[in-house]
Design a protein around this ligand. Structure first.
Ligand SMILES: [Zn+2]
Length: 460
């Protein structure tokens, strides 16, 4: 009996391996000019699929026996770009980090869809300034302009489809990219128009302005991580919440919990519209981050929001992260002590933020070795501030940089190195101080928080 089972097992194992050999394989490789990190990480959603090191020629390659067809991301710190992969694809990419998206070219089997998605992304970046200038137009004129842009992309897509290299999935993805990319502008229109036309009220729109809303797909897992689709969803929820509130909630006008009220609308809308689990979780997360970080609401409102969040998004995949953000924000309220976190000094001593901020007015700002332009701007800004506010202590905290790079960048930077520190655990510091904006600064007085959500370019 045991022997029979053993044979059976061997046959099964053997069966599996021979099957894997004939199954399609996927190859994704490339060259990175001017690398900014030593590896490339491939993600599906927020899950790491694989990670490979660059070789001496700055090349990398991923190889899989089989793969779930769909959108992936590849990450070369600090840049992220998506790539569509299908079984039997053999995709090559070349890019230069000095000009990340603009320099990217795909070649090989599977390149058509990827080059199209990239072209669409770059084109819509270039169209931005035109679109902004059109917001002052009346709705039907605006709509016509946007439709023209959309049709021009469909024309390109038609040519690619004619060549016959796109699978059904790829075709649907390409179409969705175009449709959602341009419909996003229509979701934004009423608010942008009100601003640029300087009208006080939102204007009534032609009846067919939102005609596309009849065919919105709220539950297609293939689209969840497609940038134009996700951006559309965020703007669509924003639009619906606002319009719905205007129609139904006259009573809330002028109330102090306006922000909370409005964001609760968003939570309810996502709850009622979106079924696809990952998209739903991601949109809920977006609202939580947006509200908690931007609204800067009263403590009791934040508490009510997080309660509502837990009620509507019970097993959200990002729940830990959101709870940590909420707790971080709570512990950074005015009058609270500076969090007990440790950083390294230029002499490699470990010192707590509390000690650094013990006496007088201290302003913490943040920078990383990855973004040289930001560092240049920061240096100029700190030099100016140090002159105009000689009694303040401007303390720079470096994030996500190796010690050598950090010290190298401080040399000849003109910064006072006794006021420069390096985060030894950047993730911990990011969460505890909620550093989600590059120009964020934390203002303290004698070891207590004055404003933990200020901006280094604000009047301090
Ligand atoms: Zn309302």
């Amino acid at each position: 009996m045991v022997r029979v089972l053993l044979y059976l097992l061997l046959i099964l194992l053997f069966g599996c391996t021979t099957q894997e050999k004939v199954s399609p394989s996927v190859f994704f490789a490339g060259e990175i000019v001017n690398p900014t990190s030593d590896k490339v990480i491939l993600y599906k959603g927020d899950k790491v699929i694989d990670s490979v090191a660059l070789d001496e020629n700055n090349r990398f390659s991923f190889q899989f026996d089989s793969i779930t067809d769909g959108l992936y991301h590849f990450y070369h710190n600090p840049e992220l770009q998506y790539v569509y992969l299908e079984n039997e694809d053999s995709l090559l990419i070349r890019l230069n980090t000095m000009d990340f998206d603009e320099s990217m070219v795909f070649e090989g089997k599977g390149s058509d869809i990827n080059n199209f998605l990239l072209e669409l992304f770059l084109a819509s970046e270039q169209e931005q300034s035109d679109v902004i200038s059109w917001y002052e137009l009346e709705a039907s004129d605006f709509s016509a302009k946007i439709d023209l842009l959309r049709e021009s992309k469909f024309k390109i897509l038609k040519e690619i489809i004619k060549e016959g290299n796109l699978s059904d999935n790829q075709r649907n993805l390409a179409k969705a990219s175009v449709i959602y990319n341009y419909n996003t502008y229509k979701e934004q229109y009423p608010f942008r128009h009100r601003k640029s036309s300087k009208h006080e009220v939102l204007e009534k729109l032609p009846q067919d302005f939102y005609a596309y809303r009849k065919t919105i797909d709220y539950g297609n897992a293939q689209l969840t991580y497609l940038r134009p689709y996700y951006r559309f969803m965020v703007n669509h929820i924003q639009n619906l919440s606002f319009m719905g509130c205007m129609e139904d909630c006259e009573k809330t006008k002028g109330k102090t919990n306006k922000q909370l009220h409005f964001n609760e609308h968003k939570l309810h809308l996502i709850d009622s519209l979106v079924n696809e689990k990952e998209l739903r979780d991601n949109l809920f997360r977006y609202v939580a981050f947006d509200y908690l970080l931007k609204a800067r609401d009263y403590s009791e409102n934040n508490k009510r929001f997080i309660g509502k969040f837990h009620e509507l998004s019970k097993n959200n995949r990002h729940l830990n992260e959101i709870d940590e953000l909420y707790q971080g924000i709570e512990s950074l309220q005015p009058e609270k002590s500076v969090p007990d976190l440790y950083v390294a000094s230029i002499k490699n001593d470990t010192i707590s933020l509390r000690d650094i901020a013990k006496n007088g007015r201290t302003i913490f700002y943040f920078w990383s070795g990855v973004d040289k332009r930001h560092f240049d701007n920061i240096k100029t800004r700190i030099a100016k501030l140090s002159k105009s506010k000689p009694n303040y202590k401007f303390v720079g905290i470096n994030m996500k940089t190796t010690e050598t790079t950090w010290k190298g960048m401080l040399d000849n930077s003109g910064l006072d190195t006794s006021l420069q520190f390096r985060a030894t655990d950047s993730d911990e510091l990011t969460k505890a101080l909620t550093i989600y904006h590059e120009n964020k600064c934390v203002i303290t007085q004698d070891g207590r928080i004055v404003d933990a959500f200020s901006n280094i370019y604000a009047s301090l």
